[in-house]
Design a protein. Structure first.
Length: 392
């Protein structure tokens, strides 16, 4: 017996089902964690309940591949029902996961497809030929209605995924499944198991398909983890680092570089802007200033939001002069927005740790604020009386 003959026999189906079940176990683990970790319980519940259906269906396929067991014919219909219904539900789940919130995925078409599956299965059971002459290669019966209905369902969902602007990888998985259905129909109704590569496609394309689904789900989990992490370190409005993470980034730069500077910016007359033009306009301006801070510190440091209209930047002083960066921020804000900023700068020559540098830069900013606004003040250039008062 050659390897090809061995693979195209019942052992090929057994290997295929075993591999698919292993992939499904990994997917089940991830879906269970998603269900317990996120608020959108319903969609993750569907996913968690559907995966075991696929596992049962692949177990039945492995059993049916050995015709000597004399299993009841109705088990073939059960296998097809599980295959089609599980396929419909899992694609509904993936569409919900990967479609932006503005697009509405209607439930009713999927429900109708499931109902029609049971109707066709009922009709199929009435006209089913239970004799061995109706067996397909691999030990399954010819179920003409369900076989071709499965192909139609795949084609309809593939068309629907285009309309919903789905992830390209998801469409690729549907194409894989469509080719799988075509190969099974061609093998069972045209070539009758005489073409080895078609038999192999029927056995091993399911592994490819479920691996694609696994990678899509894995990608989704990674994206959720990244979003959770980003939300824990950034400010929701401006996208800048929050105060805690900004301090951590500044400490990292201080450890790696010889010198560090903290630039403290406060938007001038921000309360008046809020009162006269509204929160929406004020928030838009705050985002503009934050973007300028982010651009000016890119590659040399980091930017953060200290609180309210107070924004920070920490930069390495090895390659740039902090007063020039601060002046560039001030100048750009004046030219590119409808507000101005008062800016204070401190460096490691003024203080020993990040917390102290922030405090000193805040003092320098306050000096800018009280002596005319829209200017940059270096803590090292403040009057000696102010420095002494701050140190005490």
């Amino acid at each position: 017996m050659t390897i090809l003959t061995w693979l195209t026999g019942p052992n090929g189906q057994l290997i295929s089902s075993a591999c698919v079940i292993i992939i499904l176990i990994l997917m089940l683990f991830m879906s269970t964690r998603l269900y317990t970790s996120y608020r959108n319980k319903r969609i993750y519940r569907y996913l968690t309940l559907t995966i075991p259906l696929f596992m049962v269906q692949n177990t039945i396929l492995a059993m049916l591949a050995y015709p000597g067991q004399k299993l009841p014919p109705w088990l073939h219909i059960v296998s097809m029902i599980l295959q089609i219904v599980s396929f419909i539900i899992i694609n509904f789940v993936y569409m919900k996961l990967y479609t932006h919130r503005g697009a509405q995925i209607k439930v009713m078409p999927f429900v109708l497809l499931i109902v029609l599956t049971f109707v066709i299965a009922a009709v199929q059971s009435v006209f089913m030929d239970p004799s061995d002459d109706a067996l397909l290669p691999g030990g399954q019966y010819r179920l003409l209605g369900l076989d071709f209905y499965s192909l139609i369902v795949t084609f309809m969902i593939l068309l629907g995924s285009k309309g919903a602007e789905m992830n390209g990888k998801f469409s690729a998985s549907l194409i894989t499944y469509f080719i799988l259905d075509l190969s099974r129909i061609a093998d069972g109704y045209v070539f009758h198991g005489s073409v080895d590569w078609l038999v192999l496609l029927g056995y091993f394309l399911p592994i490819v398909y479920f691996m694609q689904l696994f990678l899509l789900l894995f990608e989704w989990v990674i994206e959720r983890l990244m979003m959770t992490y980003q939300s824990s370190i950034t400010d929701g409005l401006t996208g800048l680092y929050n105060r805690r993470h900004f301090t951590s980034k500044a400490e990292q730069i201080m450890r790696r570089q010889k010198g560090l500077a903290v630039i403290f910016c406060d938007i001038d007359n921000f309360k008046k802007l809020n009162d006269t033009q509204g929160h929406h306009k004020a928030d838009g301006v705050l985002k503009q200033v934050a973007e300028i801070m982010k651009e000016e510190s890119a590659g040399i440091g980091a930017a953060g939001r200290y609180g309210g209209e107070e924004l920070l930047a920490c930069i390495s002083t090895d390659r740039v002069k902090p007063d020039r960066v601060a002046e560039s921020i001030r100048s750009r804000v004046e030219k590119e927005t409808i507000v101005t900023v008062s800016v204070g700068v401190s460096t490691t020559k003024d203080g020993k740790d990040v917390i102290q540098l922030i405090k000193l830069a805040d003092e320098a900013m306050y000096h800018s604020k009280t002596t005319g606004k829209n200017k940059v003040s270096l803590f090292s250039s403040l009057p000696s009386s102010k420095k002494k008062a701050l140190s005490t």
